[in-house]
Every structure is written in C-alpha cells, then in structure tokens.
Design a protein around this ligand. Sequence first.
Ligand SMILES: [Zn+2]
Length: 188
Amino acid sequence: MAALKTRSTMPGGVTPHCNDCGVALYWDVDDEEYIHAKQFWDDWTCKECNGGISLSLTEWKLQQLPLPVQKLNESLQQACERIGAGFYFEEGGCYGMALALQDQITKEGLKADLAVIENKGHAVVLLENQSFDYTGFSPLTGTETKLSTEDFLQYARNHGHTEEALFSAKEWALQAISSALEEAHAHS
Ligand SMILES: [Zn+2]
C-alpha cells in the first residue's frame, strides 16, 4: 500500500497506508518528511498489524545511523562514569564534549553542528534533528542555538573557558568516547 496521495490527502503531503491491512494513518506526512524517511513510511504497518506496538519513526531513524553513533547513544554516559567524569560533562566539560562528539560523528560521515542551550549554559551537537550530548540523543526543545566553530569557541571563552581548559575537556571526552566504543565492541 505504502504512502499515497488520495483525494483527502492535504496538498504537499502523503497519506501512509498500512502494508498489511491497508488502513490509512490518522494524519498526513508532509512531502519533505516523507522523502527523508521514505523507507519507513513505505513499509509502515499500523499498530494492530504490528502486534499492538506503534512503529517509532525516531527509533527507525536511530537504526539508520552508523553503528558507532548508535553505540555512543547507548553507552557514552556509562563510559563517562567509568572514567570518573561524574557530572563534569553536564556542566563545565560540555563544550569539550561537544567538540569531541562533532569530531567523532564527522568521522562517521554525518554532519553534526555545534550548539548551545543558552538558558542552561549547556553545549550539545545537533544531528538528525535531535540534540546529542554525553547522555545520548534528546529531542530538540527549540532553545538550541546553532553556532559556527569560531562562534562556539568565542561563546565558551565568554563563559570563562580558556582554550587550555577546552582542550583538556575535549581530550577527556575523546577518552570517554573511545571507552564507549571499545566497550560496545567487547559486547558485540
Ligand atoms: Zn494494519
């Protein structure tokens, strides 16, 4: 059945239909979102046909990511605990973590943007329309401000982080990242 344009589909959108029973999804998906996740919507099955479980687009998107990024999402926080970082990457160390995550994620061929959440003074990276920090993915709250690397570094300096502090935070973050990836490797 897949995703169709029917008489009742809103302009600029498609109406996904269950692959098993053919029932239409209750809402339309706009064209841009559809193209972004075409396979998900083309293969979509309704909750009833899927054994009572609604398919999650967020989960599907996560499964499309390179394995190391999925592993970081699952195990970076534990790796931070393992290396004794405690809340370091929640507060002062978040800038270094964002820089390290950007490096790692770029290595996987994805685009990750640096951003700050001004009201929390917290740095994150943005990818796949979600925010990512040492705890893994979180939905966007709309308070994230995307910054160029230059502006990000300036922002960190304005908030009292010397280049030296940033550099050592990033080094520690890279340790946590490789620990998370090694741990994941050991379990796979
Ligand atoms: Zn169905």
